[in-house]
Design a protein. Structure first.
Lengths: 110, 166
């Protein structure tokens, strides 16, 4: 569990201004539904990411409502219009109010 | 997943369905019974009060039309804990007209509204992939909401054997 919240964002190596780029993310999280039991037959309490914010520079460009119906170690992939050089930041928040953050710089050129 | 062509596959399956129709002279319902992963002739029934409530809260009495969105999932998901989902739309993403939200409803999950993606025109187009859990075989609804409050949908029945929700 020590790795919970460890995240990776993948974007293309080379980006030109105006490109449509594929952004892939993964964050480590158990996404427990609260319906499964552990080895002692005790219910594992629900623990899942329920709010994701995506910022491009300082602008919030997307917000995702999630439930425990998203698979363990959530992945999400989408197409972004790379129209300026700025950091792309993901903020994942779970139902225990823990926040996990990761960012990658969008830069143009070779 | 992105390299596959869901439209091409759908068109092909649609062609098979039509061929079956003309051969058997039966109803479209008959064809979809034979091939359960084909979309039925009509929108799937709202299966329960939870889904009814979600759709009422989110969409009110607005009409949900088919089209402009493609839901791509495996027709048979072996492991209900990890089921890939791809949602695509040909709707524009411009400041004047864009998709502001993408809803994914899994009819028979304990929490059927699995996710909502709230978007802005910073997205070049709607092409979102993720992985979800499924409790059992049921219909999946992908519904997109435009900045003009129009609703477009695609539906798919997905078979699963291993309960991914507990």
């Amino acid at each position: 569990m020590a790795e919970t919240g460890k995240a990776k964002i993948v974007i293309p190596d080379r980006i030109q201004q105006g490109d449509a780029i594929r952004v892939q993310t993964i964050v480590q999280h158990p996404m427990d539904t609260g319906f499964f039991r552990d080895a002692n037959a005790d219910l594992i309490p629900p623990w899942f990411i329920n709010d994701v914010r995506v910022l491009y520079g300082d602008t919030e460009i997307a917000r995702f409502e999630w439930t425990s119906g998203i698979s363990k170690d959530p992945v999400v992939t989408f197409m972004l219009r790379a129209d300026r050089e700025a950091p792309l930041t993901f903020v994942w928040r779970d139902n225990k109010d823990r926040e996990y953050r990761s960012a990658i710089d969008i830069k143009f050129g070779t | 997943m992105s390299d596959r062509d869901p439209v091409g596959r759908r068109s092909f399956l649609g062609f098979l369905g039509l061929a079956g129709l003309s051969l058997a002279g039966g109803s479209r319902r008959g064809v979809s019974d034979l091939l359960p992963f084909l979309k039925g002739p009509d929108d799937p029934e709202v299966p329960n009060e939870i889904v009814q409530k979600i759709m009422g809260e989110r969409f009110g009495s607005r009409e949900i039309k088919r089209g402009h969105v493609t839901l791509d999932m495996p027709p048979l998901a072996e492991d209900g804990r990890v089921v890939p989902v791809a949602i695509e739309s040909d709707l524009p993403m411009t400041p004047d007209s864009y998709v502001k939200a993408v809803y994914l409803i899994v009819d028979h999950n304990p929490d059927p509204l699995v996710t909502v993606f709230h978007l802005t025109p910073a997205f070049e187009r709607v092409k979102i992939e993720t992985r979800i859990k499924m409790k059992r075989t049921c219909w999946i609804r992908a519904i997109v909401e435009t900045s003009n409050d129009e609703l477009w949908a695609d539906y798919m029945k997905v078979e699963t054997t291993l309960n991914g929700c507990g």
